[in-house]
Design a protein around this ligand. Structure first.
Ligand SMILES: [Zn+2]
Length: 426
């Protein structure tokens, strides 16, 4: 089998505190050797890529990704896009993610039941370009919960699936399993922009969550939860939810509970949307007045305080910031890494781990993904400069000289791209 050698690069392996110089050989979709300069130099029969002046690192993993969020201003707009157009826009987002170095994503909810599943299958079958993907259900919610956009007087599609009571919850969850999802997404708390169910309200009830969890466990699916209120975080922990998103308003008891499950559960702040809304919201009509109305400044501060604490307690955190709204354009996703450094107190390398090896753990692929190691899948980036010193380098796709997913070059530093139709999004 043909081999590819990447030589002279500084390697950041997805785990270590620093980089080292080394040579990496890829055969098929696997890394077959990683050797340091004085080791046995491999003798590849194939091609060579010179990585001088660059850092070779694992492909990025988005842990809270909504590829079917297609640049809308308000969530209800997602219900108004026809399914055919929505699928194409989703495919475009997935390509944008790969163009920006995201070789894997954990979908945090699909805007329609089959968008995520269909996209995942299309990527696996080579029909469209995109990251490897764990596909999610839509946001499962209750009447009057986040994602219930229905109106009394008018039919309106939503981005959520509404289920009330354990029986409906079981049915909806099983339907999503039948669709082929990998993850079930459940909204436990509300959110600021839902006037009747703000962030600190917890519309979901214990027996409803228990019913959904039982279905997920029966069919071997992971569960991700939207949980902003302290009660919702505690419910999520009690029910062994795999990935608990947001947790902004976690109180001391909720933090203790999160810490108690840190070997089995993950959290994700999804801070990008909060950040951009409060700092850059004007472009999308989110004025300071709107931020005040929606209490977003308090949410920003609460999120920062909570994630300082979560970092200190060693709880595993994934990046991903609800990119896919007008205020959070797809492709900006790597900004989250800098947010972790700037706002949550992470060192650059700690933040990079969240964006690579920790993400791979969330995908259930800790032994095969997210590290530059012998035997691991060849999801690799060559970055101009040293992202372990400056994580912001990853925000600019011009700095990504090479993007490889599953041993295939999506972007080739030698000039030719394997995929000639690269979308040159900003
Ligand atoms: Zn989200």
């Amino acid at each position: 089998m043909a081999q590819l050698l990447i030589t002279n690069a500084q390697i950041w392996d997805g785990d270590a505190d620093s980089t080292y110089q080394g040579d990496v050989t890829i055969e098929g979709n696997r890394i077959v050797s990683v050797v340091r300069p004085n080791g046995d130099a491999p003798q590849p029969g194939g091609d060579v890529i010179d990585g001088s002046g660059m850092t070779l690192m694992p492909g990025l993993v988005e842990g809270h990704c909504h590829p079917s969020f297609t640049g809308v201003n308000e969530p209800p707009e997602l219900g108004r896009i026809g399914p055919e157009e929505h699928m194409l826009l989703t495919a475009q987002n997935l390509r944008t993610l790969l163009d920006h170095g995201f070789t894997s994503i954990f979908e945090a909810a699909s805007a329609k039941p089959l968008l995520g599943v269909t996209a995942r299958n299309a990527i696996e079958n080579g029909l469209i370009a995109g990251p490897r993907m764990r596909a999610a259900s839509p946001e499962i919610t209750t009447t009057a919960g986040l994602g219930d956009e229905r109106l009394r007087h008018l039919h309106q599609e939503s981005f959520g699936l509404v289920a009330d009571g354990p029986d409906e919850m079981r049915r909806v969850a099983r339907e999503c399993v039948r669709d082929g999802v990998d993850n079930l997404k459940i909204n436990i708390s509300g959110d600021e922009f839902v006037s009747h169910a703000r962030a600190e309200i917890t519309p979901l009830e214990d027996e409803e969550l228990a019913a959904l969890v039982k279905v997920a466990r029966t069919f071997g699916k992971t569960i991700a939860a939207h949980a902003r209120s302290p009660q919702s975080v505690k419910m999520a922990v009690r029910h062994n939810i795999d990935c608990i998103y947001h947790c902004d308003f976690a109180d001391e008891e909720a933090l203790d509970m999160l810490e108690s499950v840190k070997e089995t559960s993950f959290v994700g702040p999804a801070f990008g949307l909060v950040h951009n809304s409060t700092r850059e919201g004007e472009v999308a009509g989110i004025t300071p007045e709107v931020c005040e109305q929606l209490d977003l400044y308090r949410k920003f501060d609460a999120c920062c305080a909570t994630y300082h604490e979560i970092r200190k307690r060693g709880i595993r955190v994934v990046i991903g910031g609800d990119y896919g709204f007008a205020v959070t354009p797809m492709g900006q996703n790597a900004r989250d890494i800098e947010h972790f450094v700037r706002h949550f107190g992470y060192s650059p390398v700690e933040a990079l781990r969240c964006a690579t090896s920790v993400g791979a753990e969330l995908l259930g692929m800790a032994d095969s993904l997210g590290k530059v190691r012998e035997g691991y899948l060849a999801d690799l980036l060559l970055v101009r400069g040293d992202p372990t010193q400056d994580v912001s380098l990853l925000q600019h796709k011009e700095n990504l000289a090479m993007i490889m997913k599953d041993g295939v070059l999506h972007k080739d530093p030698r000039g030719a791209t394997a995929d000639s139709g690269l979308i040159q999004a900003a």
